[in-house]
Design a protein around this ligand. Sequence first.
Ligand code: BYC
Length: 314
Amino acid sequence: MDTPEQLEQFQQRIDNGEKIEPKDWMPERYRKQLIRIMSQHAHSEIVGMLPEGNWITRAPSLKRKMVLLAKVQDEAGHGLYLYSGTETLGVTRQDLIEDYLYGNAKYSSIFNYPTLTYADICVIGWLVDGAAIVNQTMLAKSSYGPYSRANVRICKEESFHKKQGYEMLAKMADGTPEQQKMAQDAVNRWWWATLMMFGPHDTDSPNSAELIKWGVKTKTNDELRQHFVDRMVMEAEAIGIELPDPDLTYNEETGHWEFGDIPWDEFWSVVKGDGPMNRERIKARRKAYEEGEWVREAAKEYARKKRLQDEKAS
Ligand code: BYC
């Protein structure tokens, strides 16, 4: 049981801006919340390779293929830092992955949409990585040391991802009428789904208050979403792309862009497993996990033999 004194001292450390490290005392609920958010983030990075990986063989040039391949590999790396970070909280990677593949663990709603044309790859880089940077720059200031440090590194790579997506989209938006149409169509399909990545409105977000009190999140879902919209309006305008929201209006008083209603029914349906690609994504991940069983066994056996050899030698 966490005693009131322990909780108070812990809160004091958070309020002083100290980082919490794996061996430090922490409330059980803080540990649970971190396991939830960090593992969800790790699963998202891994499943996020699927929509883009789908286009590696069909990239329009060797240069684009190399860039996309490198990006997809980076996402795998992010998943691995995050699983390692989550393991510092006393859980195993295997349990986390199995909870996701055969249990109830969530991953980001955005990866349950299909990539229909190469323009979707440009838009994922610009919008999805763009949204991820806004969210993860905040998480890089998180109170939990391993999560904060993982996000610092992830953000450096994500900013390259965003730039490559924006550069490709700008080229398409400045290309042939067909390319321009493809670019605009992709933005129309991804815009609202990207706004949903930030999670429900603050009034419907059961976890935000607690995560903010403990410094795991330092900004709310709505604050981050607004920051993202303000940036994207400028960036879209600069390359001649229209954002598919007739209600977008600049409010002189607040200095922010107001936007239309987000289709929350669609969001909850995707989160509950009924999005356009949920079933296919989970099927692909299960297949990869099950077919990789022999690799995990071989690695374990190698580690066991190496340990025995080292023990003999010492
Ligand atoms: N999708 O109380 P709330 C990437 C759930 S990958 C699904 O506001 P919280 C990339 C939420 O889990 C990076 N579920 O929650 C990779 C909660 O349910 P539970 C992806 C969502 O935790 C490859 C319930 O709704 N980024 O960048 O305060 C290629 C109520 O929500 C979503 C991360 O994973 C959603 N969008 O805030 C390209 C960031 N939103 O768990 C790019 C890490 C909400 O209580 N995660 N839910 O059953 C976070 O920052 C936070 O968890 C969230 C939600 C902002 C997502």
